[in-house]
Every structure is written in C-alpha cells, then in structure tokens.
Design a protein around this ligand. Structure first.
Ligand code: NI
Length: 139
C-alpha cells in the first residue's frame, strides 16, 4: 500500500463521509479506494464504446465560477455537428444543469464529454448513450 495526502473541499469530504456512513463503511480509506476503482471502471467503459451513438450528457456547474459558462459554450460550439439540442435548467441560486443531446461517432462524443469534465467550476458530468439502430429493428 502507498500512503498519499491530499487536499479536499470540506463540504465534499463531509458529503463523502455521509455516504460512507450510510453504506456502513468502517474505513474512509476503503471508501476512497472503492470510489477510485469506480472512476477507473467508468473511464474504461467510456473507452470501450465504438461506432455511432445517441445519448445525453448531463452537466452540473457553478455558474458563478469565472469563465465556466464561456468555456462550456466554446466547447459546445466546437462540437456543434454532434449536438442536437441543449436544455438549460437554473437548478439553484448557484448551480445550473445542462442536458446536451448528442449523436454521432462516439469518439467525438467522448472528447466532448471529457473536455467539459476537465473544466474548473464543473461539478458533475455524466454521459448516457446507446448505439443508434440497435433499438430500431426488433429482430
Ligand atoms: Ni442557469
């Protein structure tokens, strides 16, 4: 085992501890290990997809964070050929939810998702997608 030390926002850590308590975890280290594995599995899952997909990207961000709205708009404009629609919900005083409907080669959808994920001020990004055509012919 390696030991690491890290800085986390207090609120994030207390929310994480709440989840661990709720799930009956005895150890925070075990919780963090499991969360990291989950992150890696999601990454692998995203990388294994190929071909044409249709889906949605849900993005939650703090619209007060300087530049985040401009950055999200710039990225989405760059990928406009793969975006069919965007819905914006003013979730709370601070947070916005954007639902981006995407369609096309998964390579582009993945790049778009990861570019938005990397932005500071963006709290949560989740891609849900399905292969196009898969549900059209019920053979
Ligand atoms: Ni908003």
């Amino acid at each position: 085992m390696m030991r690491i030390s890290m800085s986390l926002p207090k609120k994030l850590l207390s929310e994480f501890d709440e989840v661990l308590k709720d799930r009956g975890y005895q150890s925070r280290s075990k919780g963090i290990r499991d969360a990291l594995k989950d992150y890696i599995v999601r990454y692998q899952w995203m990388n294994e997809m190929e071909g044409e997909r249709i889906g949605i990207i849900a993005v939650i961000y703090d619209h007060h964070y300087t530049g985040v709205m401009e950055d999200l708009a710039d990225i989405q404009h760059d990928y406009r050929d793969y975006i069919n629609a965007v819905m914006h919900v003013h979730m709370t005083d601070k947070y916005c939810l954007e639902v981006v409907v995407v369609k096309g080669d998964v390579g582009y959808i993945r790049n778009l998702t990861e570019k938005m994920m990397r932005l500071k001020g963006v709290d949560h990004v989740r891609l849900t997608s399905t292969a196009t055509g898969q549900h059209l012919d019920h053979e």
